[in-house]
Structure formats: C-alpha cells, structure tokens
Design a protein around this ligand. Structure first.
Ligand SMILES: Nc1ncnc2c1ncn2[C@@H]1O[C@H](COP(=O)(O)OP(=O)(O)OP(=O)(O)O)[C@@H](O)[C@H]1O
Length: 254
C-alpha cells in the first residue's frame, strides 16, 4: 500500500564525479517492514541509504520519505540513523547516558531542558540494549560492541518510526549482537520499520523479512532472505530451505 510507504526511491541515480555509483535504483519500504540491504564491498549499499537520508544528492530520479518528497521533508525525528562505525575507541569523553540523551535533541529542541518524557525514553533505550548498568560510565571505557549499542540506544531514544542502520553488527562481539537483535525485535514488535545494511545477518536473520541485494550500483535481488554465506558448508545442513529466489552468484561473499 503506497500510502504506508516510509521510503520510496524511484529510478534513483547517484554519481561521485563522473562515476555512477547507483544506477536506476527503485525501492519502496512500507511501514513495519524489516529490510536488509546486502551486497559486496563497494556495491553501493551505504550510498543508497545516505541518498535516502538526503546526505548525498540524486543525479536523477526521486525519493520520498513518509509520503513527502525529500526536498520538502522536515520530520527528521521520525527517523533514527546509526552510521557505519569508524572504529572503536574514538575517545569521546561523554558518558553512555549523555550520548544516548543526545538522541532526544530533535524531539525536544536544543534550548529546552530535558523533561520526564526525555529521561524515560533515555532509560528505556538503555534498557533495550542492555546498557542500563553502564549508563554513568565514559563511552571510551566500553568495548566496541557496547559503543555500537550506545549509538543504537541513541537512535532509539528519539522514538523514531524508522531506524536506518549501516552495518550495525560489523565487528561486534556475539553478546552485543544478541543484545542488538533483542532491542531491534522490541522496536519491530512496537510497529517500527527498519532499513539496515549488512554483510552477514547473524542473529538478525529471524527479524529480517526482505533482502535487497545491491550489485554494482543496481538491485540484483529483492525478496526473500538468501541463506547465510557458507551455509551449505556447515555440518548437519539439511538443505530444507526453498530456492525460489536464487541469489546472484558471488554477490554475498565480499
Ligand atoms: N565520497 C565518495 N567519493 C567518491 N567515491 C565514493 C565516495 N563514497 C563511496 N564512493 C565509492 O562508491 C562506491 C560505493 O560505495 P559504498 O560505500 O556505497 O559501498 P558499500 O556497498 O556500502 O560498501 P562497504 O560494504 O564497503 O561499505 C565504492 O566504489 C566507493 O569507493
């Protein structure tokens, strides 16, 4: 149903200089969907979500968010974005709670002091990612996975309708991946929409309803989730999954 479209990209083209990086990409995400964008390194996954968020201009085509053309869209509090991690140990002196609370800024306006609703949303987000106990600790003392969970809690604290996540579990320890999957499950069961970039879905696999594979700047597959990379090689693999949507050869193995 197009009136419930949260993201609608039609014939999107993005180029860096003369080099086309996205070529005629169309993608519609409706409310409540959990969509994974998969593909090899450099295929254009991050470019696609950065274009959707208005961080990179389109050369051609169009994008609407919540039914409003991107150039007129102002309701950014409806979207929570967690960019790709640039490496752990950034040396941010803030505490975990401060970083998470910064996710409320779009909701309350910078000049208004935080109220009870802000504090409750921050506590709920910390709880959701399993970091309530670490709230007062400097972010720099956390593991890479915990830092990533802090950024996810920051996005959740703004109570968005859609989360956009760029490789949220890349290089993240198993415990943090599980905690993240649980937090995302809670967000989705509350009606949230998720668009995430991933190489491997790992514990997120059961949550993801649709996979979009970007290959060389184009959408090569849009439908059921492909089996995880290396799946067939696993001992005890029963080969029970259907193959109606075969993945393009080699696309998943970056
Ligand atoms: N700011 C930029 N200027 C020029 N080229 C860029 C820029 N950002 C990305 N590219 C190039 O565009 C292509 C797509 O990059 P993009 O980051 O979207 O890929 P990706 O699929 O997200 O890859 P990865 O999995 O490595 O993050 C790559 O070839 C990359 O080198």
């Amino acid at each position: 149903m197009s009136e419930r479209a949260v993201v609608d990209v039609t014939h999107g083209v993005v180029a860096y200089g003369d080099r086309p990086v996205l070529r005629d990409v169309s993608l519609c995400v409706t409310a409540g969907e959990v969509v994974a964008i998969l593909g090899a390194n450099g295929s254009g996954k991050s470019t696609l979500i950065r274009a959707i968020l208005g961080l990179i201009p389109l050369r051609a085509g169009g994008i609407s968010l919540f039914g409003t053309p991107l150039r007129r869209f102002r309701e950014w509090h409806r979207i929570g974005y967690v960019p790709q991690r640039v490496g752990a140990g950034s040396g941010v002196p803030a505490t975990v709670r401060e970083v998470v609370a910064s996710g409320r800024l779009a909701r309350r306006g910078v000049l208004r002091p935080p109220g009870a609703a802000d504090r409750a949303a921050v506590s709920a987000a910390l709880e959701a990612v399993g970091l309530a106990e670490r709230a007062g600790d400097p972010v720099s003392t956390l593991s890479g996975g915990q830092q990533q969970r802090t950024l996810i809690a920051r996005a959740l604290s703004g109570e968005p309708e859609m989360l956009v996540l760029d490789e949220p579990t890349a290089g993240v320890d198993a415990g943090s991946q599980e905690a993240f999957a649980e937090a995302l499950g809670g967000f989705v069961s509350g009606g949230g929409t998720v668009l995430l970039v991933a190489h491997e879905l790992g514990p997120l696999q059961p949550l993801v309803g649709r996979a979009v594979v970007v290959h060389d700047g184009q959408i090569a597959h849009d439908g059921a989730c492909p089996p995880p990379a290396g799946h067939h090689a696993l001992p005890g693999h029963d080969h029970v999954h259907p193959h109606e949507h075969p993945a393009p050869h080699g696309v998943f193995h970056a």
